[in-house]
Design a protein around this ligand. Structure first.
Ligand SMILES: [Zn+2]
Ligand SMILES: [Zn+2]
Length: 1332
């Protein structure tokens, strides 16, 4: 030390202190690790060399200045304390650094340059072969305190083992992977400049004179040599490097491969020798090398092909680019080299090489790539023109699935962004995607701003719609090298994508599948984290989602590593790719709503909403027929890709079920497949679905349109200015059985578990018997055990926590909605339960009471004045509904929430009593899942007091006896769990819910019945006249509709036509929706149960139904959207038969008969505004005058038709009248024109001729009279007719309405009782030729 300091006597005190520290540092940290290559140096010599280097680096050699602001740092200090990326550059001035920062930040404006740290780093470069660990080929910087990974741009083999000073480097900390992370994994160095050697021997620069190419052979010669295996042969080869393939670690063995080239000949070199693995960093494509000590190996996994392998005697020499051309003498092979390793001819690789199918022999004249130049832009250097075998059994892939071929190219560019380093996804030059997932991902230095060079990389065009159209994908045959380190800092990557490349390997995913999966991970993270899915579980959900979607598509075959790296022509999983697989598109809930809203109006065609006689509708008839319409489309039919939704099912504070993610929520109309084997649907009733994270692939998008318009006539339909208001309501319809559960709710998890146990134990019956004997504790233990088993294999714990989390959120929300008093009461408890680690006090584990109930009937949800103590809220209308239920057995106390666990014997002991359950305000949320006939367990949490669940009787006053049931107000924090597979052994299974009739029964039942319940299929829906919009119910936190929406829907009055089968008898149901929240799902095709509707008789005796305040609508089954178009023609029927049987025969039928005569014909121009007669371009109404300018032509006719079995009076209206009269379109239009003057004409049969109200000599009348009596009208016809409501009752039962008729024959007069003729309406005339 003293002798060292003696050299610096003239220095200042500060400098001497710095120098002293330097000496101590060199002596303690660097000197101990010096290897034998360094020769014998003392710490003093080392320190002096260091000072010389530093001084030379810092400034001019004359001005001796020391960088006193710099501090020496050891490797251990660096990796332990440096937590942010930084750079150090000894040689820069402040101005130079500033310029460097400016340049870097200009190139990528969103990034900040690395901050500068004044740190001096010295150490030895090592090849990663420490005695204590196996060689991994990674270069490291080493000092006495430890080692750290380093990346170098073009290291020289001569640098290894030398003590060096690093003048310029970046340090990049790595994200923490866990507690067991090795110290050296915490970060890595990027060594930017050449390290400065602290010893003078040996030379660190290349000396061409020392290159010994004696006995070296070129690639072409070597390729011939390896065809003949000679024992003990050692080869020395030189050539240009054409490929450096990634370092692989297979079953603990590391290896890599490089390829040399000479002209058109290439030669692979396999490096498995641990002490040679560091070569991988030194060689780069385009450089020239000479490698010695190679032996010929036959690779078992690569049939019949031989390669050169590095041995422990091998050495690598980098050659200057010009050298090879200078070699003129053909080198000779030294065949007398002794073989020190005679057993090594078969490489010890057989365990890791895959045993693929026998491959074709390699042919020397394969299409070799052209000389690789580094292209600054995308260009084709070579195409893989190898014939590819057809993949898969799919005989006719759709165009979108047809595989495409990729091209191998070279590319050089700057990384501009890192999409996910863990998934291997990057962007180069802002426009080209880069996927590294098909190589082992251990790339350091791939940060935004880094320049990279790629060779033999696959260029794919649009492999996935979610990434850049141009994608570069590397495989095991691609070379990737960082040519310049980034000057920019970068964020720490999410480690949660890390399992994605594993799935790629495990499932042999195609590139578009992999990109789809990566996209889903990102989307799931945006849409579900953190509320429903924890960050670290995103991958698990994405994987399940992938498995739901990809059921049949299979990935590529197993990857054959040697074949992929070595075979020419090249073939790998990337040579062939399918575009957009899987084809479906995972959209967020809000995107789905947007799609529906857009589709809603784009699919609307107003004229298509009109009936066949649309052109003759007046304004009053026209506008209601377009006031409401619906568009249905299947999610899987959406173009260009079918939609896929992921969300959580929830019951919000309103009366509908919803599917939700973080972007929004969509209302769902849900049904379930019944328990019976019929496959029929029923209303959804299982509350276990609430909280489940589900994947929805099969769903119907329903788009209801509400249009307020003032169109004068159909001719104005194209003018949007007549639409005064429009709005749409969109939601989806689904069957719960079609959903795929990605993460079940706690209740669903235990339900699935029980079903599993049941199926594994072979049949329900056995299980049932066993269940009775099993005590509660046993069962609980078993369930628990089962859960634990599942947990180990799965992420149940995660979803449990999640559902607890959810419950907590739910509870908090409920409290906000619930009474203030109750909220205060619960507040303290919740505070304790939300503390971390307070597992015992989680909501599900707290004591509660329960009672089992069977629902007998449910009323519709509506705004009512319940007059219930409003818990501090203002009085008014509140959303509510009530349920009549039988409470079974005694009220039970529980230590923890029993949820939907099977019914226990103690719960069914005791009396059954009927109560009215009142659901008010936020409790209304249970409405969609409470169904008559189902069993539920009602749970009141946080109490042990049974009186809470005992209903109270309404107090009777002064002797008045009340025959009401006790009522029970369901509080907002109560929970309801559906008991599925209930009670097969109990007497309660025979509970019969309310009598539900069919449509025919409602039509035919005795008039005494007032309130009826029935079910049927909606065949038509019409919005009736608008009610007054003065009523706006107080909607407390239930809807978020805009005022306009409320305006359009308020006071809505709807008429539904309900039937059982498409051509069966139908019933009109009138709904008054003014006091009910809007019911979704009332669309044609759906089966609806109408509960408690009023049955009424119209003035003409027809039956119709009307909603009353207690009426309830339940969607029982969803219609099919595709069966309407392909109807078969209605049945042929004889008029006599039809008259006798009435509607029991059919409603719609085909009649073949002969027109006897036209009984009545009316033609009229009608004012489309007021309905008066319209003549000569003006309306005839005078009181008050009407100045309408539009008129519509209307026509009506009645004809007598007979077919031999009977006679019928058939009504014809506008669109079919011209057919009846046998008039062609020009004649029919001419007739309309000629009627313009007089406006209308009415003719009817008197005797054998047609007469008119007015002048009998009218030419038009004579013309019509002539036409009607001619054989053009009185002809045989085939008609499609519907039965008039009046004729529905069979003639046999209609005698009271039959008429007395008088006939005269000669001088005799007969009076006879005649049934009224069959009344039909013709909808379609089939001429004789189209009859069949
Ligand atoms: Zn490839
Ligand atoms: Zn008018």
């Amino acid at each position: 030390m003293e002798s060292f300091m003696d050299n610096f006597r003239e220095r200042s005190e500060v400098e001497r202190e710095w120098l002293q520290e330097l000496f101590v540092f060199v002596r303690d940290n660097l000197f101990p690790v010096l290897g034998p290559t360094t020769g014998s140096v003392s710490p003093e010599q080392l320190s002096l060399a260091m000072i010389r280097r530093v001084e030379r680096a810092v400034g001019s050699s004359s001005a001796r200045s020391l960088p006193l602001s710099y501090r020496l740092i050891s490797v251990a200090e660096l990796v332990t304390w440096q937590r942010t990326p930084c750079c150090s550059n000894l040689t820069w001035s402040t101005a130079q650094h500033r310029e460097w920062v400016r340049e870097a930040e200009q190139a990528l404006p969103n990034h900040k340059a690395l901050p500068r740290a004044s740190l001096l780093l010295i150490g030895c470069l090592s090849d990663g072969c420490d005695p204590e660990r196996s060689c991994d080929g990674a270069w490291r910087v080493r000092d006495a305190t430890g080692t750290v990974h380093c990346e170098l741009l073009s290291p020289s083999p001569l640098w290894l083992g030398l003590p060096v000073l690093f003048p310029c480097w970046n340090y990049i900390p790595q994200p923490a992977l866990g507690k067991d992370q090795e110290v050296e994994e915490r970060g890595y160095l990027e060594l930017v400049g050449c390290p400065l050697a602290l010893t003078s021997v040996p030379e660190m620069t290349f000396n061409p004179a020392e290159v010994n190419l004696k006995r070296a052979v070129g690639v072409r010669e070597a390729a011939e040599l390896i065809q003949h295996r000679v024992r003990g042969l050692r080869v020395k080869v030189y050539g240009e490097v054409s490929g450096v393939y990634p370092l692989l670690n297979i079953a603990g063995k590391s290896l890599f491969c490089l390829r040399l080239r000479e002209g058109r000949h290439t030669l692979p070199l396999l490096v498995t020798e641990p002490c040679c693995l560091w070569w991988q960093q030194c060689v780069c494509v385009g450089g020239s090398v000479c490698v010695s000590g190679l032996r010929v190996c036959a690779l078992q996994g690569w049939s019949g092909n031989r390669v050169l392998c590095a041995t422990s005697q091998s050495s690598l020499t980098l050659l200057p680019d010009t050298l090879i051309q200078d070699l003129s003498d053909p080198p000779t092979l030294d065949k007398h080299t002794p073989d020190p390793d005679p057993v090594g001819l078969d490489p010890p690789l057989s365990d890791c090489s895959s045993t693929g199918c026998p491959l074709p022999e390699r042919r020397g004249a394969g299409p070799d790539p052209d000389p690789v130049g580094i292209d600054p832009t995308l260009s084709d250097c070579s195409s893989t023109g190898c014939p590819l075998p057809e993949r898969g059994p799919d005989p006719d892939p759709s165009p979108i699935l047809r595989p495409k071929l990729s091209k191998a190219i070279s590319y050089k560019g700057v990384l501009t962004s890192v999409l996910s380093a863990a998934a291997g996804l990057y962007v180069i030059d802002g426009k080209v995607g880069l996927c590294l997932a098909y190589q082992p991902l251990q790339r350091r230095g791939l940060r935004p701003g880094a320049e990279i060079e790629l060779h033999d990389v696959h260029f794919l065009y649009r492999p996935s719609p979610h990434f850049h159209p141009c994608m570069l994908c590397v495989c095991l045959h691609s070379s990737l090298r960082v040519t310049s380190f980034s000057r920019l800092g970068s964020e720490v990557d999410r480690p949660s994508d890390a399992p994605l490349p594993w799935l790629l390997l495990e499932r042999n995913l195609g590139v578009s599948q992999y990109l789809w999966l990566c996209h889903c991970c990102r989307a799931l993270r945006d849409r579900l984290v953190p509320r429903w899915v924890k960050e670290e579980c995103v991958y698990v959900v994405a994987r399940r989602l992938f498995e739901c979607v990809v059921t049949s598509e299979k990935g590529g075959g197993r990857r054959d590593i040697y074949r992929e790296m070595l075979q020419e022509p090249h073939h790998c999983p990337l040579t062939e790719y399918s575009v957009s697989s899987p084809v479906c598109e995972y959209v967020s809930v809000s995107d789905c709503v947007c799609v529906m809203e857009k589709e809603c109006w784009s699919s609307l065609s107003l004229s298509s909403l009109l009936p066949a006689c649309g052109s003759s509708l007046t304004q009053a008839e026209l506008n209601p027929s377009i006031a409401w319409s619906v568009g249905l489309s299947l999610g899987q039919d959406i173009q260009p890709r079918p939609l896929l939704l992921v969300g959580v099912l929830e019951l919000p504070g309103t009366h509908t079920l919803r599917l939700r993610d973080q972007t929004g929520a969509v209302t769902c109309v849900a049904v379930e497949t019944g328990d019976d084997d019929s496959g029929g649907q029923r209303a959804a009733n299982n509350t276990a679905w609430i909280g489940c994270l589900v994947c929805v692939q099969r769903f119907t998008m329903v788009m209801e349109r509400f249009v307020q318009s003032e169109f004068p006539s159909y001719r104005h339909l194209d003018q949007d200015s007549y639409i005064t208001h429009k709005h749409c309501r969109v939601y989806i319809q689904l069957c719960l059985n079609d959903l795929q559960i990605l993460s079940p709710s706690a209740a669903m998890a235990s339900l699935l578990l029980r079903e599993n146990i049941r199926t594994t134990q072979g049949g329900e019956r056995v299980e049932g018997g066993e269940r009775e004997e099993m005590s509660e504790t046993e069962r609980e233990r078993r369930e628990k055990g089962g859960e634990e088993r599942e947990e180990r294999r799965d992420d149940v714990s995660e979803r449990k926590k999640r559902s607890r989390e959810e419950e907590r959120i739910e509870e908090k929300k409920e409290e906000r909605e619930g009474g203030a008093k109750r909220a205060r009461q619960n507040h303290t408890e919740n505070e304790t339960c939300s503390q971390p680690g307070g597992g015992a006090s989680l909501p599900g584990d707290r004591p509660c009471i329960s009672v089992v109930m069977c629902v007998e009937g449910k009323e519709g949800v509506a705004w009512r004045n319940e007059g219930i103590a409003c818990e501090g809220e203002e009085a008014g209308l509140s959303l509510c509904f009530s349920v009549r239920a039988d409470l079974i057995g005694q009220i039970q106390r529980w230590g923890r929430d029993p949820r939907n666990c099977p019914l226990q014997e103690r719960e069914t002991d005791g009396q059954t009593r009927t109560v009215e359950l009142l659901f008010v305000r936020s409790s209304v949320r249970w409405f969609p899942l409470i169904q008559a006939g189902s069993f539920y367990r009602l749970i009141a949490p946080n109490t042990q007091d049974p009186s809470v669940l005992i209903g109270c009787r309404v107090a009777g006053r002064s002797g008045v006896v009340l025959h009401t049931n006790p009522s029970l107000l369901v509080r907002s924090d109560w929970r309801i769990h559906t008991l599925t597979h209930p009670l097969l052994t109990t007497p309660y299974s025979q509970f019969v819910s309310q009598k539900v009739m069919s449509v025919a029964e409602v039509l035919d039942c005795s008039s005494g019945v007032d309130l009826v319940s029935f079910h049927g299929v909606i065949s038509q829906r019409i919005t009736l006249q608008r009610g007054t919009t003065t009523h706006t119910p107080t909607q407390r936190g239930t809807t978020t509709h805009t005022p306009a929406q409320r305006d359009v829907e308020a006071g809505l009055s709807v008429r539904l036509t309900v039937c059982v089968e498409p051509r069966g008898r139908s019933l009109q149901v009138y709904l008054d929706l003014s006091l009910t929240p809007y019911p979704p799902g009332l669309v044609p095709g759906n089966t609806v149960q109408f509960t408690s509707f009023q049955r009424r008789l119209s003035r003409v005796g027809g039956v119709y139904c009307r909603s009353v305040p207690v009426s309830c609508l339940t969607i029982m089954a969803l219609g099919k959207t595709d069966t309407q178009s392909c109807d078969s023609p209605p049945p042929m029927i004889l008029l006599g038969v039809w008259a006798l049987a009435g509607a029991e025969q059919c409603i719609l039928g085909r009649v073949r008969g002969h027109v006897v005569c036209v009984l009545y014909l009316q033609l009229q121009w009608t004012c489309s505004l007021c309905g008066s007669i319209y003549t000569q371009e003006r309306c005839t109404r005078s009181q008050p005058p009407c100045n309408s300018t539009s008129a519509v032509f209307q026509a009506e006719a009645k004809a007598a038709v007979e077919d031999g079995s009977g006679e019928a009076h058939i009504w014809f209206s506008c669109p079919v009248i011209s057919g009846l009269l046998g008039l062609a379109m020009p004649q029919w239009e001419g007739l309309q024109r000629s009627l313009r003057v007089r406006g209308h004409l009415r003719v009817y049969t008197r005797g054998r001729s047609l007469v008119c109200d007015v002048d009998a000599d009218d030419p038009l009348l004579q013309y019509l009279s002539c036409v009607c009596s001619s054989s053009t009208v009185c002809r045989p016809l085939t008609l499609i007719c519907t039965l008039h409501t009046r004729s529905h009752t069979p003639a046999a039962r209609r005698e009271d309405s039959s008429q007395l008729k008088r006939f005269t024959r000669g001088d005799r007069e007969f009076v006879t009782r005649m049934p009224p003729p069959l009344q039909l309406t013709c909808t379609h005339i089939l001429e004789e030729r189209e009859r069949d």
